[in-house]
Design a protein around this ligand. Structure first.
Ligand SMILES: Cc1cc2nc3c(=O)[nH]c(=O)nc-3n(C[C@H](O)[C@H](O)[C@H](O)COP(=O)(O)OP(=O)(O)OC[C@H]3O[C@@H](n4cnc5c(N)ncnc54)[C@H](O)[C@@H]3O)c2cc1C
Length: 414
């Protein structure tokens, strides 16, 4: 594989950049694979990459019904943080954060991980008590976290309106948190997985999951039957549809979640601001657009668009917090289908079908977990048992009641 570096950039510039290799192959499906991953979003591609890199599995395919990285991976607002409340969640997200910190070097692809900090605003005394509790819990878990006063917030964002209808009483702040470039994450993992021999099969929708004697044997796809010893479902909003093909049910609801971007502005917004109370979050992309996320639509559905009143409410909240933006024009709006679990935590583990594994339930907040999720899922598939990091996130918890309630830290989409 061609290596990206300053030297290869210089070398290629003399030939008008016509000598770059394709970033990944488009192979024909083989008849049989050791592992087939369903879903070429960031999580599926990361799973395939770590299966090859960490576990030496080379006969691996990723099947994708559309184009790679066209699902929620390409539709999210790219916030990366690890300041969850409970130990199990914090450790899983923190594993991911550590992988983010070395990811561009590891996969030799600039994922533009920018640790510009993430702020969670508190608008009431109860918000502030919750913030203090979470910051303490984070520190006990070795995760950086601090409480900001309104004055500290204003120093960072001089144009914030602290005295709006929802007064800003303070915020939690994780300095190592930030944003990454979502497309680059999908492309980088795809390129790195392909370099390890993983076949990425696009336009290859899974239409059926074949089982024999309670074990998975292969997949009926738009490109024919593909035999597989193991299958990993990593399909976000469509996970329940795939589970149904395999004869079991998931405790998930699929909801539309929206985001929108403004026209590009000069650099003005140096961090990421989230507010659970007013259901809005905002950052600025490297291109200059304000990237704004809304709350989820309350109805379940698979249409990749959302209700108008949700984004209208979001923009009202943003303008109240940042009146300066009242005349900025919005450029584009879109929706994705998020897979919401009852405790706002993911499901990563084995299923009732032998050889079939599931990774889903990331809901509104799985982008930040992309490398960690792929890493833990690869271990689970390769070893046929969960890694200690994802043991608590198995399907069993919905039977034995060991839920990990992260509604407080997840709350609004993020
Ligand atoms: C508007 C919005 C904002 C968000 N903001 C954030 C944020 O700021 N931070 C954060 O951490 N998270 C955020 N999220 C959540 C995050 O995007 C997701 O949790 C994460 O991207 C899920 O990644 P994935 O790889 O599992 O899913 P996806 O990228 O959706 O990949 C799943 C893939 O499976 C494919 N698939 C489905 N069915 C089949 C089939 N039958 N056969 C073959 N392939 C199939 C799909 O086409 C898709 O490409 C946001 C989500 C949305 C929608």
């Amino acid at each position: 594989m061609q290596k990206f570096s300053i030297w290869s950039l210089l070398r290629n510039s003399v030939s008008y950049h016509e000598g770059w290799q394709k970033q990944w192959r488009s192979p024909e499906p083989k008849r049989e694979y050791d592992v087939v991953v369903v879903g070429a979003g960031g999580h599926g591609l990361a799973t395939a990459y770590y299966l090859a890199k960490e576990h030496g599995l080379r006969n691996v395919a990723v099947v994708e019904r559309g184009w790679l990285g066209g699902g929620n991976t390409a539709r999210n607002t790219t916030i990366v943080r690890s300041n969850y409340l409970w130990d199990e969640a914090t450790q899983l997200y923190e594993k991911s954060m550590k992988l983010w910190e070395g990811l561009s070097q590891d996969i030799n692809y600039n994922v533009m991980f920018s640790q510009r900090g993430v702020m969670n605003l508190g608008h009431s005394l109860q918000d502030m008590r919750d913030i203090q509790r979470r910051v303490n819990a984070n520190r006990l878990n070795g995760v950086d976290a601090e409480v900001l006063s309104p004055q500290q917030i204003q120093e960072m964002l001089p144009f914030i309106n602290l005295g709006s209808r929802y007064p800003v009483l303070g915020a939690s702040f994780q300095r190592r948190a930030g944003v990454a470039r979502h497309d680059a994450v999908a492309w980088g993992f795809a390129r790195a997985a392909d370099a390890h021999g993983v076949d990425i099969l696009q336009n290859c929708e899974v239409k059926g999951i074949r089982r024999e004697g309670g074990a998975v044997v292969g997949l009926d796809t738009a490109r024919g039957f593909i035999r597989a010893r193991k299958v990993a479902i990593v399909a976000a909003g469509h996970s329940s549809v795939l589970a149904e093909m395999a004869g079991f049910r998931l405790p998930l609801e699929s909801h539309p979640l929206q985001a929108l971007v403004s026209e590009p502005l000069k650099p003005i917004f140096p961090t990421v601001v989230m507010s659970n109370a007013i259901h809005a979050y905002i950052s600025q992309s490297d291109k200059g657009d304000l990237v704004i996320g809304a709350g989820i639509d309350q109805y379940a559905g698979y249409g990749q668009r959302g209700s108008y009143h949700v984004i209208e409410g979001t923009l009202q909240a943003i303008v109240e917090l940042f009146p300066l933006f009242s005349r900025v024009r919005m450029n584009r709006q879109w929706g994705g289908i998020v897979d919401v679990s009852p405790d706002a935590c993911p499901i990563i583990g084995l299923t009732p079908v032998k050889g079939l594994y599931i990774n889903c339930g990331w809901g509104t907040g799985g982008f930040k977990a992309t490398p960690g999720s792929g890493w833990a899922m690869a271990y689970t598939v390769a070893q046929d048992r969960p890694h200690p990091l994802n043991e608590a996130f198995s399907l069993d918890r919905f039977y034995n009641g060991h839920l990990i309630d992260e509604h407080g830290a997840a709350a609004v989409a993020h």
